[in-house]
Design a binder for this molecule. Structure first.
Ligand code: NAD
Length: 409
């Protein structure tokens, strides 16, 4: 099943609960605009490199569109569209005044030099600058992109449109970025993990956790959950995984990864595969890498009682059904990883007002918004006797649908 089929399957499950008409379903699923561009540049070795870039704008009923930019070899139009629609429901679930979009370039960033990364990014902005902007569509980091890439986007956009820091979020703090944006998705994941554990009558303190992916989201989630008293026993990245059943020393592991770029080889740990990590004996499993990792083949092996979807689209629908049958609670991506877009929103607000918040305010507002979204979803799930995923979609689709009708078609 493709990523777009997965996203639409979840949409329809909620639309059935809402008794949504087929015309309304078609309207809400159809993207507003799909942009596909050629990005040609001279590579460091003097050869010409040609890449394809995408920006897909899904819905703007509730405000300017918002969504990350992914640099990854598997980026294609279908994946970007599915992620753009996820952004529409996600911004609505946390009640941000945004619609949804997503973009990306089909490229392996690990094979690019820093100079090539900069040139490819600037070329991409040259092609899409007229369809993005602070009141139209605001990009942000995702897999394979970071604050430096956002700084180049800001700088290139301003060459066309003048001073405009709110045109992109996830910028470095020195360049109108928000303190706390880098950690935001991981912190949001930690907040939601604690809230969900409490619903299962368990404390986060001492809870055993396995995390797949140790990039921006996975590493901050590990750090913050460790600070909250959880025991992170296994982590992995694209090169492999490690575990220590007594708990990994996360601060030391972060130093190891900063020095070696991999979790592998960390002193005081034993190697495990990504498949073993997904089946680890833990309370909480946090997929925080790529999509489609929990499948009908491996769902029966999962031993966690709670899955927090830090990555986008990590669970295939067949696996989701198995988890529901097995009583494994899944907190869906459109709620669990919404911390990033929430602090992106705070950054955009600060940029528009030329006024910076301190980190305590960012963290306090994030905690408030994530906790309130979690409570709304939980209440809806309980009232309608549906899973948190269906409840989150019902909440998001309902808000977008009402804004669409009220605005007029
Ligand atoms: P990242 O590029 O910083 O890190 C990705 C991590 O996943 C790396 O450790 C990488 O080695 C690992 N990985 C890649 N392929 C893997 C594989 N096959 N098996 C195991 N590990 C693998 O990306 P990120 O920003 O941390 O994003 C991770 C996920 O979270 C993505 O699904 C992204 O869409 C989602 N997300 C990110 C943000 C954000 O603010 N960065 C916000 C919302 C959702």
């Amino acid at each position: 099943m493709s990523s777009i089929e997965t996203a639409q399957r979840y949409f329809h499950l909620a639309a059935d609960v809402m008794d949504l008409s087929s015309n309304m379903r078609t309207l809400l699923l159809t993207p507003l605009r799909e942009v596909k561009v050629q990005i040609a540049l001279e590579l460091d070795n003097g050869e010409i490199g040609t890449f394809i870039g995408y920006r897909i704008q899904h819905d703007k009923a509730r405000g300017p569109m918002k969504g990350g930019l992914r640099y990854h070899p598997e980026v294609d139009a279908e994946e970007v569209l599915s992620l753009a629609s996820l952004m529409t429901w996600k911004t609505a679930v946390v009640d941000l005044p945004y619609g949804g979009a997503k973009g990306g370039i089909s490229v392996d960033p690990s094979k690019l030099s820093q100079g090539e990364m900069e040139r490819i990014t600037r070329k991409f902005v040259d092609e899409i600058h007229d369809v993005i902007g602070p009141d139209k569509d605001i990009p942000a980091p995702d897999m394979g992109t970071n604050a430096q890439v956002m700084a180049w986007i800001n700088n290139q956009y301003e060459k066309f449109h003048g001073f405009n820091p709110a045109c992109v979020t996830g910028k470095p703090v020195e360049l109108h970025g928000a303190d706390g944006r880098e950690e935001a998705t991981g912190r949001g994941v930690a907040i939601v993990t604690e809230a969900a554990l409490n619903k299962l009558k368990q404390s986060v303190q001492g809870a055993k956790i396995a995390i797949q992916g140790f990039g921006n989201v996975g590493s901050f989630a590990a750090r913050i959950l460790h600070e909250m008293g959880a025991t992170v026993i296994a982590v992995s990245d694209a090169f492999g995984g490690i575990q220590n059943k007594q708990g990994l020393d996360i601060p030391k592991l972060l130093e190891h990864v900063a020095a070696t770029r991999k979790v592998e080889g960390f002193a005081g740990s034993e190697p495990i595969s990504n498949a073993e990590l997904l089946a680890a004996e833990v309370d909480v499993l946090i997929p925080a890498a790529i999509g489609g990792v929990l499948t009908k083949e491996n769902a029966k092996d999962v031993r966690a009682k709670l899955i927090i979807e830090a990555a986008n689209n990590p669970t295939m629908p067949e696996a989701d059904e198995i988890f529901e049958d097995r009583g494994i609670l899944v907190i869906p991506d459109i709620l669990a990883n919404a911390g990033g877009v929430t602090v992106s929103y705070f950054e955009w607000v600060q940029n528009q007002q030329y006024f910076s918040w301190d980190i305590e305010r960012v963290r306090a507002e994030l905690t408030k918004m994530m906790s309130s979204a979690f409570d709304r979803v939980w209440k809806l799930a309980t009232e309608k006797k549906v899973s948190p995923r269906v409840a989150a979609y019902v909440l998001g689709i309902g808000r977008v649908g009402r804004a669409t009708i009220l605005g007029g078609i």
